[in-house]
Every structure is written in C-alpha cells, then in structure tokens.
Ligand binder design. Sequence first.
Ligand code: NAP
Length: 313
Amino acid sequence: MNIIFYHPTFDAKPWIDGITKRLPQANVRVWNANDHEPADYALVWRPPYAMLAPRTMLKGIFALGAGVDAILTQEQRQPGTLPAGVPLLRLEDTGMALQMQEYALASVLRYFRRMDEYQLFQQQKQWRPLAPHSRSEFTIGILGAGVLGSSVAQALVDMQFTVRSWSRSAKSQEGVQSFYGDDQLSAFASGCKVLINLLPNTPHTAGILNHQLFTNLSHNAYLINLGRGGHLVEGDLLRALDSGQLAAATLDVFVEEPLPGMHPFWSHPRVSITPHVAADTLPEEAMDSIVSNILAIEAGREPKGRVDLGRGY
Ligand SMILES: NC(=O)c1ccc[n+]([C@@H]2O[C@H](COP(=O)([O-])OP(=O)(O)OC[C@H]3O[C@@H](n4cnc5c(N)ncnc54)[C@H](OP(=O)(O)O)[C@@H]3O)[C@@H](O)[C@H]2O)c1
C-alpha cells in the first residue's frame, strides 16, 4: 500500500512515522512535484493541482482538517484538483469537539459573567459591580448542529443554558431546540443573546453573519465566530457594534488570515481575536481515525467523514 502526504505547513515527519507505525505494511512518503509514482491514498491540505489531478486510481483522499472549503474552492478554480470519483474524507471530531467546547464555553462565560466589562473597568481603576445577566435572558443559538455544533450545544446545556441550533435537517438533541432550513433561520435567531457559528463554509452559508441576521438577535447580543471568516460580512459587524445591536464579538477566523495589521478588528475595544486556534488538528487522534478509515475501505466498508461534494461539506 502506498500513501502520499502533503501539507504546506505541518512537519511531515511525525505523520510519516505515525502512519507507518499504525500501518507497517504501508509505504508512506512526502509528495513532491517530481513524484509520479503510484499511490493508493493521499493525506493532504491545500494540495497542488499536480499532486492529485492524474491520480484517478486513488482509493481515498484524506483532508487533514474538519472543514474542506479550501480544498473545494481549489477544485472550483482548477477543476480536476480532486480526481473524479475518488472519495474525499474529512476529520470528524478527532479531538476537535472537546477543544471547541472549551473555546465556546470560555467565550460564553466571559460574556455571561461580564468579565469583558470588568477587564475594561480594571484598566480604568473602576470598582463597579454590575447586575448579573440572567440565564432566562441569555438564550444561545448555534449555527450548525453537526459534529462540533452539537458537541458545543451539549456543553452549554450541561451548564444549564437555553440552547437552540440551526441546521439543514431537523435534529433531536435533548435540551436543544432544533430549527432547520432557510425558512426557520429568522425564528431561530429571534431573541438569541449569543450567536455561535459552527457552520461549514459553502456557497449557501457564505456571508450568513450579516446585518439581516444581526437585527433578529436580541439587542446587545454577542457573536462568536468559530466557523470560517467567509461567513461574516465584516462591515456589517462593525456597524452592528456601533449601533449597539451587538455588544461584542469573539472571532477566531477571518476572511484574510493572518489578519492584516491595518484591520480595524485589531484595535476595536469590543472585538476579541484569536488566530484560528479554536480547534486544532491533533495528529495522533487524526492518524487513528485516518488509519481506521483506510482499514474500512480496504475491508469494503463505508469510511467515516465522507464529504458530499454537491453539498460542499
Ligand atoms: N476555528 C477552528 O479552529 C475550526 C476547527 C474545526 C472546524 N471549524 C469549522 O467548523 C465547521 C463545522 O465542522 P463540523 O465537523 O461540525 O461539520 P459537520 O459535522 O459537517 O456539521 C455541519 C453542520 O452545518 C449544517 N449546515 C450546513 N450547511 C447548512 C445550510 N445551508 N443551512 C443550515 N445548516 C447547514 C449541517 O446541517 P445538517 O446536519 O442538517 O447536514 C450540520 O449540522 C467546519 O466546516 C469548519 O469550517 C473551525
């Protein structure tokens, strides 16, 4: 079995060693532009066109992340980047769900307990107790009820928050009110105090965090964007913060990453920024999952995390 690996930034060695340890029968190599030798599987992130285009005999392409929008955009720009008929598989959870729970809980509790405001008061040496928020006025809406969205919803339900989710299809998760489809988007958003985005970036969801959606939220609401930068209409966020429609925003993902030095988000007093770290790919967990998927394919079973190219996620 031959496996090729390509990632523009990861150190390849732990991946080559880790896959070899788990699959001793496999010959695992880093792909380079002169490599035209056969391969059965590819592990990739933002693969160059030349890597996969001629490889129609691959049995699976494993994306080294949960979101595959970057790979699908490449395919749109240069059709054939993903050879036709070869399954594209993404990482499902592999340690990301717990990281997302941590990040989302930390952000929600910071706003719920008004830590962001106390941080400002401290800078002004102000001793100023504020009335606490009440849970009954702190409904949390989560865009996306997939692997990560449902996991974050569970953590918030466990903290006794009122939680709603929005997805394409109806869900039944205990303690979470399910909304689905475009027709129910405004009802979902209506009255939410916190909006957490965990949608995949597709042509259907791009720009969904916009003025119209913000106006449906409760006044002085909080936005937490953990999906992709392309979900957010940045100008609409700045205007919503100015008007008081939104009280504050926590952003982990941006249209342009790294965020350019001149960007107004950097210095906005009510925007909190992290550098796309909400949930990292954890190599050991990712390799366990990829190898178990390779074994499933070899045994003729359906692998997990197959991307529906038509839906875009
Ligand atoms: N910031 C970070 O560090 C980081 C790390 C990992 C992932 N992410 C982002 O998180 C995203 C979600 O990951 P995941 O593993 O939870 O994905 P997932 O399991 O595929 O879940 C996606 C959810 O979005 C819903 N959805 C998709 N298109 C929709 C539409 N047009 N209308 C309504 N709902 C729609 C799906 O609805 P159905 O359930 O009905 O299909 C599903 O509930 C990734 O795509 C990635 O962009 C960010």
